[in-house]
Structures are given as C-alpha cells and as structure tokens.
Design a protein around this ligand. Structure first.
Ligand SMILES: Cc1cc2nc3c(=O)[nH]c(=O)nc-3n(C[C@H](O)[C@H](O)[C@H](O)COP(=O)(O)O)c2cc1C
Length: 332
C-alpha cells in the first residue's frame, strides 16, 4: 500500500520535474534509480581515459585521424602536427604492452605512410626520429590507405541480402546442441568489419558456453525468463566507456556495439545459427550482478545480450510485421 502511494507521488513529481531542466536534475538526484549508475561509469571511464597513457582507443583514434588526413583532398602538406609526437610515444609504449597486434600493425603502416608524405616541421621531425628508433623499415604487407575502386566487390545481390534479413528472425528455442566456437569467432570477425566512431571498436564479446554458467548467464537479463533454460550459448556485448575523453561521447558504445551486433547475428544466420537479442536494462542491481559475473571494470557497460543456438525446427516464430518504407522515410 505504502509502496503504491510512494509510486504515485514519484510519478506526480516526475511530471513537475519534466517541465524544467534543473527540476529534472533535482528529480534524478533524489530518485536514485535513474542515471546515477551511468553517470558514475561514464566519469570513471573519462578519468581512466585521461590517466591511461596506453589507452588503445585513444591510439586508434589518432591513427584514424591521420588516415583521414592522408585521404583529404587536396592533401595538406602539414597535418596532425599537434598530436603526432604523442601518437608516436604512445606507439612506443604500446609496443611493450600486451595490446592487440593488429592495432600496432595498423599504427605502424599508417605512421610510415604519414612520415613519407608529410612536410617535416620541427615537431614532425622530432616525432619522425623517435619513430625511426622503433621500427625496421619492412614495408611489405603493411596497411595503408587505398583507392575506392580497389575495394573487394561482393557478389551478393540485393535480393540475397533481403532474403538473409527475412530469414533472420528472433529465435528463442534451441536444440540441445553445442554451438561451435569457430562459427561464433567467424561471426565476430564479420562483426568487426562494422563501422565504429573513429574506428575505436570500443566493445568486447563475452561468450558464455560453459553449461555450469549458462543458467546464471541467461537469468541476468530480464527478457529471457521464458526460455532461459534451453540456451546453449549467451553472448554479452560489453562497451568500454574508457574509450572517451569526454562525456559527450557516452552513447557511442551503444551505437558501435549495435552496428557490430547486427552484422554478428546475420553472420551467425548464414552459418546456420539462430539468435535472439535480449535487452540489457539499466537496473543497478542487475548491473552489479553482471559486473560480478563477468568481472567487469567500472567503465565497462553491458549494451545487450544475445542468446545463440540451432533453432528447434518446430519452435514458433513471431511474425513481427515490419513497418513499410513510406512510413519511415521522409525526403528533404
Ligand atoms: C534492443 C533489443 C532488445 C530486445 N530484447 C528482447 C528481450 O529481452 N527478450 C526477447 O525475447 N526478445 C528481445 N528482443 C527481440 C525483439 O523482440 C525482436 O527483435 C522484435 O520483436 C522483432 O522480431 P525479429 O527479431 O524476429 O525481427 C530484443 C531486440 C532488440 C533489438
């Protein structure tokens, strides 16, 4: 009874608070269920970003910016001067760090290309001499920018692509059959082809396929209660909020992870696996449980979870009628 009355009061307060920005801030300060968890994680991420000299996302962003400079038309004789020295020094530190080798390879290739063409100011010369101490000039097979007409051409037709998208429906009931990790890794490889802001790729795929962990994993999000006991694999896509030096980018983990997730589930589909995205609600108690389960850092935030398995042939599929093009499209 008291709970009901309290709920009513909070609802009335929320209506008043919604009329003014400062009242809204006050409302969410006293109603601690709202954004406190997110605010804390975002701030922990920003501080981690600014204090971690080996931040891989910052390095990837810098290399991305240099690549954009390399393809700018017309090419500027001098660019990236304000951050090139720091980028080379980060590259040096990362060489001794346990970071992923493709990032280092990408950095090396693009920095070589940059120093080949950029006009050498004092700062750029200093950065170049630091860089020369770090690398052997083995330039074959290194990544570099290229021309649009050199891209690989896919043979998929628009009809094939539409059919694949029609084939993919949320499937919630699975055969009691192990999901091969190679298939999932192939799907992750494809997911990693997705665009991401400044090519940071600020997410990881946490795959649970140990039968002793699956029950708990499936019970952590709220949306799988009716089918949690038959899921052979759960994936949690975890965003890394320490990828950003400013709060303004706090939503990018959700965008980048979702773009990757879409390609991930389509890639599973073409390999015969079905899936269902399961919502991750921003509920403090559940965040805490997941944090403990996956041993997450404060700046790591779940974006979504996904159940994966071979569809039970006779399981029901919701028709999930889609909107039509006219409804969602507006020109100019
Ligand atoms: C962000 C997101 C959260 C979802 N959460 C759940 C969920 O918690 N439980 C569930 O059974 N399905 C969930 N779904 C699946 C949707 O219900 C499903 O995508 C939608 O009804 C359309 O059906 P389709 O995927 O078959 O096209 C979610 C989908 C998305 C994209």
């Amino acid at each position: 009874m008291i709970k009901k009355i309290l709920k009513k009061i909070i609802y009335k307060l929320s209506i008043i608070a919604s009329k003014n920005r400062w009242l809204t801030v006050f409302y969410y300060t006293i109603n601690t269920k709202g954004f406190q968890h997110e605010q804390h994680n975002v701030l922990r991420g920003v501080i981690k970003n600014k204090t971690d000299k080996n931040n891989i996302a910052n390095f990837r962003r810098a290399i991305h910016r240099i690549e954009k400079g390399l393809i700018t038309q017309p090419l500027k004789p001098i660019f990236a001067e304000s951050y090139i020295l720091e980028t080379v020094l980060t590259y040096k530190r990362l060489l001794n760090d346990d970071c992923d080798k493709t990032t280092l390879l990408w950095g090396k290739g693009i920095l070589i290309q940059y120093f080949e063409i950029v006009e050498k100011t004092d700062i750029i010369t200093k950065a170049y001499s630091e860089f020369l101490k770090l690398i052997e000039f083995e330039t074959s097979n290194l990544p570099s920018t290229y021309f649009a007409n050199e891209r690989v051409r896919s043979k998929i037709t628009i009809d094939d692509f539409f059919e694949l998208n029609k084939q993919r429906r949320s499937i919630r009931y699975y055969q009691n059959k192990e999901v091969p990790r190679e298939i999932v890794e192939k799907a992750i490889k494809i997911a990693l082809q997705s665009p991401s802001a400044c090519n940071r790729q600020p997410f990881s795929f946490r795959v649970i396929d140990d039968p002793s962990m699956l029950r708990t994993a499936a019970s952590l999000p709220m949306g799988a209660t009716t089918f949690s006991d038959n899921i052979p694999m759960m994936v949690f896509i975890i965003g890394d909020l320490s990828s950003y030096f400013d709060e303004r980018d706090k939503h990018i983990i959700y965008i980048d992870a979702s773009l990757a997730a879409m390609n991930f589930i389509l890639a599973l589909e073409v390999q015969g696996l079905s899936s269902c995205i399961i919502n991750w609600s921003d509920i403090p108690k559940r965040n805490k449980r997941l944090k403990k389960f996956l041993k997450l850092e404060d700046w790591e935030q779940c974006v979504m979870s996904i159940s994966i398995g071979y569809a039970l042939p006779e399981c029901g599929v919701a028709s999930s009628m889609k909107k039509d093009v006219e409804t969602v499209t507006k020109y100019n």
